[in-house]
Design a protein around this ligand. Structure first.
Ligand code: PMV
Length: 361
């Protein structure tokens, strides 16, 4: 069954012969987490995230019209200049999912050249930036084919397509704050795509910083799709989905009012709840490492001693995202270098901050 009929394009009469589109799209970090999905890639609860700025994927999509439409998708993928056969199945299934919405896909031979600004094995999920960058390029091609579509349609459909590649990727198209999934408190919110936070957020969050401490750069033992699957039949699933809904409502008010103490409470509780869900699923698993916990304890001590508004969040891995107001930048930098860097693999961390989403190059 095809849903979201507003995104189904008509088969175009005229297609450009060849060309290329180049864009970037960033990663994002969820404040209220998405963990648990329904088919196909629909979230069990709404989530909200900061779009990042420095951690991003750059993609060049080259297209060449075939003499006759192919029976299967024709694409080559180059990751950092080299072929990467293990990425092909992901692109193949992404194209299968989005074909109903982009009827020109089989009319082209594509070459997808992609690279990340962050190290590949850093444990930072590249699927959000990678899938959103490709979806955004494809929407720019659709815009060339059908120039009448509006910019807001391009953004909404790019988010919709990104979601079909990797759920959280739909939150990377716009920024600095996006919401994905229906929340009764945010009338325009939708399960099919993310929207920009539709209220004026408080200046406390302007230029909010995210320093990512690279605790463990190894391959994840459990992929996020397996993790989402373990929310089926999870003993705390319905309470968790309810809690996430309440946290969206609370966080919406906090983002408007600028109440940083409540921000910290919601964000840290969300991070720990995400990992609590992993630890209480069957099979259970732990993605945090001893150094993750050491960092968390250091943050709590630091906050107590200094009154800082620094807090942490985690995604599905051992790395720690430090979130803090721009005005604390210098103090937090000193804290990281004197107290936290020892817990980072090879002393590595990435300084990022909130950003605006995908853009054409
Ligand atoms: O988009 P996925 O399927 O990789 O899931 C991402 C899940 C978390 O990063 C743990 C949470 C989130 O909302 O981004």
């Amino acid at each position: 069954m095809i849903d979201y009929l507003q995104f189904v394009s008509e088969t175009p009469l005229l297609l450009p012969d060849n060309g290329f589109i180049s864009c970037t799209s960033p990663s994002n970090i969820a404040l209220v987490k998405y963990w648990g999905k329904r088919r196909v890639q629909l979230p069990e609860n709404p989530s909200i995230s900061f779009t990042l700025s420095a951690c991003k994927t750059e993609t060049i999509l080259r297209y060449e019209k075939l003499k006759t439409t192919a029976t299967d998708f024709q694409f080559d993928l180059l990751f950092e200049g080299k072929t990467k056969p293990d990425f092909n199945p992901k692109i193949q299934s992404f194209f299968e999912r989005i074909e109903a919405y982009l009827p020109f896909l089989k009319a082209y031979q594509f070459t997808i050249e992609t690279s990340n600004t962050f190290p590949h094995s850093s444990g930072i999920a590249s699927s959000a930036s990678g899938m959103s960058a490709l979806a955004y390029c494809l929407m720019q091609l659709e815009k060339k084919i059908n120039p009448e579509i509006t910019d807001s349609f391009v953004l909404q459909k790019a988010s919709f397509l990104s979601r079909l590649g990797s759920g959280s990727a739909c939150r990377s198209i716009e920024g600095p704050i996006t919401i994905w999934g229906v929340s009764n408190d945010v009338p325009e919110s939708d399960d099919g795509y993310a929207i920009k936070f539709p209220y004026q957020f408080h200046e406390n969050f302007a230029d909010y910083q995210d320093t990512i401490l690279l605790v463990d750069k190894g391959e994840k033992q459990v992929s996020s799709s397996v993790g989402h699957g373990l929310m089926y039949g999870h003993p705390f699933a319905s309470e968790r989905f309810q809690q996430a809904n309440q946290n969206i409502t609370r966080l919406k008010d906090v983002l408007i009012s600028g109440d940083l103490d409540t921000f910290i409470e919601i964000v840290e509780s969300e991070a720990l709840t995400l990992h609590a869900m992993m630890m209480t699923s069957l099979p259970y698993f732990i993605l945090m490492k001893p150094n993750t916990l050491s960092i968390i304890n250091k943050i709590w001590e630091y906050r107590k001693e200094t009154g800082s508004k620094l807090c942490f969040t985690l995604d599905a891995g051992a790395n720690v995202h430090l979130l803090y107001p721009e005005k604390e930048k210098n103090h937090v930098k000193d804290f990281i270098t004197s107290e936290l860097v020892v817990y980072c693999q090879k002393g590595q961390y990435i300084c990022d901050k909130i950003g605006l989403g995908a853009k054409l190059l």
